[in-house]
Ligand binder design. Structure first.
Ligand code: FRU
Length: 502
């Protein structure tokens, strides 16, 4: 049965989604049908396709009572819009359907597992917002919420676990049929803890253990956990609130980190060995992964930062976009990310330059646009430091540009969107260290109209950045500062059909 609230959301998106011309959105990054989106939810395989849901408030460009929006894809690049999947319309989730995940069941149904929120007013007038885990079952378009919701609430938590911060379940199933779920929770000292729960059937759940906790060291509350094996190790992804900056590794505020280590499922013990930032740009939060039909671990995230959501361009009917799905692997103990290989199917005209000696600033014939897959390798002349900095100017016109700068002296890469169409100043610059190989640095930039995602040295670092520069700014130039360097350039325009030809 479709509730009145869900029908209203579906009618609204059917009516107003069409008012946003495709050319005014990213071409291959997921946006909501209309209005606001945040976290990716339920990124999962279902009946031969990949489904993605998202935190959704269709009625405005701001966060509001959370619905789940819905899209699906076969190749992670071209997405088909589906009607909104859930609205906050039952007792267990009346004030919001918060983040969660999805799984295909043996009987062919799809199960959504999410956080139901309900608010109550205390005797002193304060509103408290309780969080509990709920499930819904459906066919890939329509979902019925389980009448026994919530399937987990505060009474299932170990002593001291917060009933107000208990959210974002990520579910998986072991080959023996047992379901597992990780969820974020807060302990009495205010810090985050990742709880593991198990269930024989998806509706009866019990607490198993606490896998890891922030101990107020890596941020405080940990949101949106994920937990999966990768290349012989175990990886936990979490999105900490209130991170403290640590050099160039973590920046202050909302971050996303990968904890890598060993997991002993029998003893239910996760021993973390290393921690790193997942993305070094300005806009990346709440990542979630799936294992693709061909065995790849693929991650998608909200390409946005909570701290800057009020800074929106005028006149748009959408806000918030996802990152490009990225293939994950481990190399030399680091999390490696590269764009899904399917992106290559959309490459159009290729332009390449080899061993180009550059001094000062130069444009290259055939290299421009706002839909591109560009790889540039820069290296010194004669194997010795021969220049101070190298810059790629993107989305450029007479007044605006977005800058990527490699600085030789301290081997840092900078993303700078100071002149990239924002109505007022927010965090515009991010620096992070990279590792040159024999003095060379390889920079891949995937640009989709209103964002760039940078992958350094075949995925050793990723950095994402949203921009709002008008689409008329299409120029790209390359600049070597104080000296000379060789560059190799490979540029592909990206094509998504007639309407996207640029
Ligand atoms: C993370 C988050 C989640 C929550 C959702 C609400 O961005 O705060 O913890 O479920 O957003 O929209």
């Amino acid at each position: 049965m479709i509730s009145e609230k869900l029908q209203r959301a579906r009618d609204f998106e059917a009516r107003y989604g069409a008012y946003i011309p495709d050319g005014e959105r990213p071409a291959f990054h997921v946006t909501g049908t209309v209005g606001w989106i945040n976290d990716p939810n339920g990124f999962s395989c279902y009946q031969g396709e990949y489904h993605l849901f998202y935190q959704y408030h269709p009625y405005s460009n701001n966060w509001g009572p959370m619905h789940w929006g819905h899209v699906k894809t076969r190749d992670f690049i071209r997405w088909e819009r589906l009607p909104a999947a859930m609205a906050p319309d039952t007792d267990a989730d009346r004030d919001g359907c918060f983040s969660g995940s999805a799984i295909e069941l043996a009987d062919g149904r799809q199960m959504l597992v999410y956080t139901g929120v309900y608010e109550t007013r205390r005797a002193d007038g304060q509103v408290e917002s309780f969080q509990q885990q709920c499930v819904a079952f459906g066919d890939g378009v329509n979902y019925e919420k389980y009448p026994g919701n919530p399937v987990l609430d505060g009474s299932d938590l170990p002593a001291g676990g917060s009933v107000l911060d208990f959210r974002d379940p990520k579910v998986w199933q072991d080959p023996d049929g047992t379901f597992y779920m990780v969820a974020g929770n807060r302990t009495p000292d205010g810090s985050g803890a990742i709880r593991l729960f198990e269930s024989p059937d998806g509706t009866h759940w019990s607490y198993a253990c606490t896998l890891d906790s922030s101990r107020n060291e890596y941020g405080r509350m940990w949101e949106c956990p994920d937990f999966f094996p990768l290349d012989g190790q175990q990886v936990m992804l979490v999105s900490p609130q209130e991170m403290t900056a640590a050099g160039l590794e973590f920046h202050a505020g909302f971050g996303s980190i990968a904890l890598m280590g060993r997991y002993d499922p029998a003893a239910r013990r996760f021993a973390r060995q290393r921690i790193q930032s997942i993305d070094y740009g300005t806009d990346f939060y709440a990542p979630q992964t799936l294992q693709s039909y061909d065995g790849r671990r693929i991650m998608i995230a909200w390409m946005q930062n909570w701290a800057t959501t009020n800074c929106q361009p005028q006149g748009t009917r959408w806000f918030g976009q996802m990152t490009l799905p990225r293939e994950l692997s481990l190399r030399e103990g680091r999390l490696i990310q590269n764009p899904v290989r399917e992106l290559e199917n959309y490459r159009g005209h290729k332009v390449s330059y080899q061993d180009l000696l550059v001094t000062g600033e130069t444009n290259l014939s055939g290299v421009s646009g706002r839909l591109m897959d560009l790889t540039v390798t820069v290296r010194p002349v004669d194997d010795r430091p021969s220049y101070q900095a190298f810059k790629i100017h993107l989305a450029k016109d007479g007044q605006r540009e977005t800058l990527i700068r490699y600085k030789v002296a301290n081997s840092t890469l900078r993303l700078d969107r100071t002149h990239s169409g924002f109505p007022y100043d927010i965090v515009n610059v991010r620096d992070f260290p990279v590792r040159p190989r024999d003095g060379a640095v390889k920079i891949r930039v995937v640009m989709d109209r209103y964002s760039l995602e940078v992958f350094v040295n075949d995925g050793e670092q990723a950095a994402s950045m949203v921009i709002y520069t008008p689409l008329s700014a299409q120029s790209v130039s390359f600049e070597v500062v104080e000296g000379a360097a060789y560059i190799d350039v490979e540029h592909y325009s990206l094509n998504f059909g007639q309407e996207d030809a640029e």
